[in-house]
Design a protein around this ligand. Structure first.
Ligand code: RIB
Ligand code: CA
Length: 313
């Protein structure tokens, strides 16, 4: 099976870093055509810098990193320094990047790549707000039918919200963008909080990361040590949920995940429930299914994969 060509769209973010590292450690399964940064966890100047820091941590300074949109399509940016720290990658001390930022805008890179590559051969992997993706689909409607699949982290149903009582952060930051993506007709696989909250980095798993005794695994363990305090305080959970690497792990071992093909629509009008993913898990409506909504994970298998692969770098 040839490696899958993907574009990672991201707002690093410690968990984004884990997803990027997993992808870069898995060249037999994943070919990263480029990484486009978006404003989300922290502002764009930091997310594009952090994406390059992570590529250099992985020893992959040749990866093309692009800056995308600095703010949501119509709303003011909401960030999450309270979770990820001021830099967005708090935890380890990592050197500033020396690899270049590409001069092309990230949205233009997404459009150009989808037009130049064979139709149906490129998967988009958004790990943050969907601003870049929706901007590309809006600017170039011809690319919609050329996307192989969108595998994204975002949304929630049983787990409800993590930034408001009703909404998950990535969707909440740019609900209009999410609405465009979920109505696009593109094949979509969703990693919501329902599954990512089952991918907890327990103390045993952090110890296994540290026991790998590599720069990458030690840095990842330091990121997790910082990142987890938000969730352990809030949910009393036994570790931090590693949201974003569920996306890249799905591309490598989809058998680790189970879900349902259902209708998912985005709240964009009500301030009370703005950004809610209204997931028809029980199929109580006649709305057409539009997304594979993942609900469960083999967490031990996931962490075995993650740690084994990160230890390769
Ligand atoms: O709600 C979790 C998501 O929001 C993750 O992608 C995290 O990195 C933040 O972007
Ligand atoms: Ca993210």
């Amino acid at each position: 099976m040839p490696a899958r060509d993907i574009i990672i769209d991201t707002d690093p973010g410690q968990d984004d870093a884990a997803a990027i590292l997993l992808a870069l450690a898995s060249p037999d399964e994943i070919n990263v055509l480029g990484i486009t940064a978006v404003a989300g966890n922290v502002p764009l100047p930091l997310t594009q810098k952090n994406a390059r820091i992570v590529c250099e941590l992985a020893g992959k300074p040749d990866v093309k990193v692009f800056a995308g949109c600095a703010s949501p399509m119509v709303r003011k940016l909401v960030t999450a320094e309270h979770v990820h720290g001021k830099t967005g990658l708090d935890g380890p001390t990592l050197p500033d990047p020396t690899m270049p930022l590409q001069s092309q805008h990230g949205v233009d890179f997404i459009i150009e790549t989808l037009r130049e590559r064979p139709s149906g051969s490129v998967t988009l992997c958004p790990l943050g707000p969907l601003t870049n993706i929706a901007s590309a689909l809006t600017a170039a409607p011809d690319i919609v039918e050329r996307v192989q699949e969108i595998v994204l982290m975002g949304g929630a149903y049983f787990e409800v919200g993590n930034i408001t009582p009703a909404a998950e952060f990535n969707i909440y930051v740019d609900p209009e963008a999410a609405d465009i993506v979920f109505k696009s007709g593109i094949k979509i696989t969703v990693m919501p909080l329902d599954v990512t909250h089952k991918a907890l980095v327990t103390p045993e798993r952090v110890n296994a990361l540290r026991a790998a005794n590599t720069n990458v695994c030690s840095a990842m363990a330091d990121m997790v040590d910082f990142f987890e305090r938000f969730d352990t305080d809030k949910y009393g959970s036994n570790g931090a949920p590693l949201h974003d690497p569920c996306v890249t792990a799905y591309l490598i071992k989809p058998e680790l995940f189970t879900g349902r093909f259902i209708n998912v629509e985005i709240e964009t009008a009500s301030e009370l429930t703005l950004g809610m993913t209204v997931a028809d898990w029980w199929r109580v409506t006649t709305r057409d299914p539009n997304a594979m909504f993942i609900g469960d994970i083999d967490a031990d298998g996931f962490f075995d994969l993650l740690i084994t692969r990160l230890a390769r770098l």
